[in-house]
Design a binder for this molecule. Structure first.
Ligand code: ATP
Length: 512
């Protein structure tokens, strides 16, 4: 059974993970802020990405060429030359065609609308039922369609002949209410300069990837990178989404973590497969393993003309269940982007590869000039945080305070908490000292809390809700035999370990 989204959202608000942006003004559609716990959680996710993609790519695993994977970072601006967005295709083509429902006034992304049809083929003159995978109407439509047809198949709305006279829109009663798809440009516009006019239009980037392509030549010319290598970029992107919804899943402002991995065209399919598999393993390593995570390879007819493969890492969010929603896309982009920017800017972006080309008699190679192909693992950090929160949210009615967040220790915003059982017999002093030692060692990774307020049960409950994986309690026995109780958040199990061993114990659990 899927988890209740409203309970997750309430918990996020109550414990300071995620707030509505401008809430005291009534909120603003499509924008969300992070509270203290959420801000640290998101930073930990970004750090994990940076560590495993840039600093020690793929955990040190060799690439398909048998060599260590090499990546460098850049940090590029939200605003770039407007011509860059024309070249990338975003000014002309970055639009999601939408269909409107004349009956309900609902608006849907054309490529998201699916239709239930009879499994055996032609529905005759019977109506067919449209749905969008992450909307509550899906179950309703499914039921109605099953009643009408028995065995069902799902097809994309785009595969039906138009006009869609027999299609009953997701929340509609009568067939034939869907309009033709229409284009909406999703790029936010702004104006450069205090006295700016229509000629000074600039755009807020809709993805971080283009910054990499634009700086590709500088990185090659000013650093010692050699093919194959990756350039990573993280930061905020903006899309004027027509229907922001599902909490932070579809926001108008969000953060991305993207890698553009460049290689020789001959090697590109092997690298594509390599990155696709690593990205799936990476999300698994952060706790999204199991049935809720899926790697979906796009069908041939879903691919862009330049692509030799695209996969999505998808997560079964409570609002998409039983379906899945995209968390990250891994795309083989060919040399499309470099070609576009080379043409539009008039700057040569070819790479001279001294390790290729014909062998020379004296040893060495002649070298080869080419436009590299690019593999792009493009992750959304906000969607990542949301998936992690949904996965972590657990209700255990056997506990006095039933809601807990089973966040992976690597990502948990609070790494550990230290409690004196009561404030007497020197317990506080021992607890303060232990807290100090843990802080000295682990402060870079997240918070180490100290809590002496209220009953021990309430303190545990507070930490469970915040997703803190380990609590150390100093009690009467500590003074007698220098041991403490360590409590595991997920099992509630408690064991005694030596005070002197706590720092190492936590280090082991945090894998540092
Ligand atoms: P979708 O089909 O859901 O709109 P997309 O295929 O357009 O996503 P990409 O352009 O591949 O998304 O962007 C890469 C990643 O950026 C996505 O996998 C997602 O995690 C994140 N992302 C994209 N749009 C949004 C958004 N509006 N809000 C939050 N995250 C987003």
């Amino acid at each position: 059974m899927s988890k209740p989204m409203d309970a997750i959202m309430a918990q996020c608000k109550r414990r300071g993970f995620i707030y509505q942006a401008s809430e005291i003004y009534g909120g603003i559609n499509g924008f969300w802020d992070y509270g203290p716990l959420g801000a640290q959680l998101k930073k930990n996710l970004r750090d994990a990405w940076w560590q495993d993609m840039i600093l020690r790519p793929c955990w040190g695993k060799p690439g398909p060429n048998g060599q260590p994977v090499r990546c460098v970072p850049v940090e590029t601006r939200i605003i770039q030359h407007p011509k860059a967005w024309e070249a990338s295709g975003h000014v002309g083509g970055f639009n999601d065609p939408m269909v409107d429902c004349k009956e309900t006034k609902g608006r849907y992304r054309y490529d998201h609308v699916m239709v239930y049809v009879p499994a055996e083929g032609d529905p005759g003159d019977k109506p067919v039922f449209a749905y969008v995978g992450d909307q509550p109407s899906e179950a309703r439509q499914h039921k109605k369609a099953a009643k009408t047809f028995g065995a069902l198949a799902s097809v994309a709305l785009s595969s039906l002949p138009r006009p869609w006279q027999r299609v009953i829109a997701p929340d509609a009663e009568k067939p034939g209410s869907l309009t033709e798809p229409r284009q909406f440009n999703l790029m936010f516009k702004t104006y450069l300069g205090a006295t700016a006019g229509a000629d000074d239009v600039a755009y807020l980037r809709p993805e971080t990837a283009q910054g990499v392509f634009i700086q590709f030549k500088n990185v090659v010319d000013t650093t010692r990178v050699r093919m194959p290598f990756g350039i990573g970029n993280t930061g905020t992107s903006f899309r004027n989404e027509v229907t922001p919804r599902n909490f932070t899943f579809r926001s108008r402002e969000f953060d991305q973590a993207e890698l553009e991995f460049f290689c020789h065209p001959d090697d590109s399919v092997a690298w594509y497969r390599f990155w696709r598999d690593f990205r799936m393993d990476w999300w698994k390593s952060l706790g999204l393993a199991g049935d809720n995570l899926l790697l979906r390879e796009h069908d041939q007819d879903e691919l862009s003309h330049y692509s030799q493969g695209t996969s999505d890492v998808e997560y079964r969010f409570p609002f998409t269940a039983p379906g899945f929603g995209e968390l990250e896309g891994i795309a083989h982009r060919g040399n499309f982007d470099l070609t576009q920017h080379q043409q539009a800017s008039g700057t040569k972006l070819e790479y001279f590869d001294p390790d290729r080309g014909e062998r020379l008699p004296g040893g060495g190679r002649r070298g080869e000039r080419y436009l590299p192909h690019c593999i792009e693992p493009a992750a959304g950090l906000d969607r990542g945080v949301l998936a992690l929160l949904c996965e972590a949210y657990t209700r255990d009615d056997a506990r006095p305070s039933p809601e807990l967040m089973k966040l992976h220790p690597r990502l948990a915003p609070i790494k550990a908490s230290v409690f004196p059982l009561v404030n007497k017999d020197g317990m506080r002093e021992v607890a303060e000292q232990l807290h100090g030692e843990l802080m000295a060692k682990y402060w870079r990774l997240g918070a180490i809390e100290f809590d002496e307020k209220q009953t021990i049960g309430k303190r545990y409950a507070r930490m469970d809700e915040a997703g803190c994986p380990y609590c150390f309690t100093i009690d009467g026995q500590t003074i007698a035999d220098q041991t403490v109780t360590v409590r595991d958040r997920d099992t509630g199990h408690q064991e005694r370990i030596a005070v002197a061993g706590v720092v190492a114990y936590l280090g082991d659990k945090l894998d540092v």
